[in-house]
Design a protein. Structure first.
Length: 77
């Protein structure tokens, strides 16, 4: 049962970036989505941004725009 709780949390987190993608009408494959999600999670953590805020939405939009422009390096600061 604990595994299901973790899966539910992981599903909720992965849906966060998907929510913003849907608002923008953008579709990414699972690999691209995972990269954007990790970047999104890292930025929110680093800058202490709450997930359900306008700042989080703007962060997601910026990450997606950068990814679409070809910036895929997760090690950049």
């Amino acid at each position: 049962m604990t595994a299901n709780c973790g899966d539910d949390k992981r599903d909720h987190q992965s849906k966060m970036i998907s929510k913003y993608l849907g608002k923008l009408g953008i579709v990414l494959d699972s690999t691209d989505l995972a990269v954007c999600q990790r970047a999104f999670d890292a930025v929110l953590l680093k800058w202490n941004i709450a997930r359900d805020t306008e700042d989080a939405e703007q962060t997601a939009a910026t990450i997606i725009a950068l990814y679409q422009q070809g910036i895929h390096d997760e090690t950049s600061s």
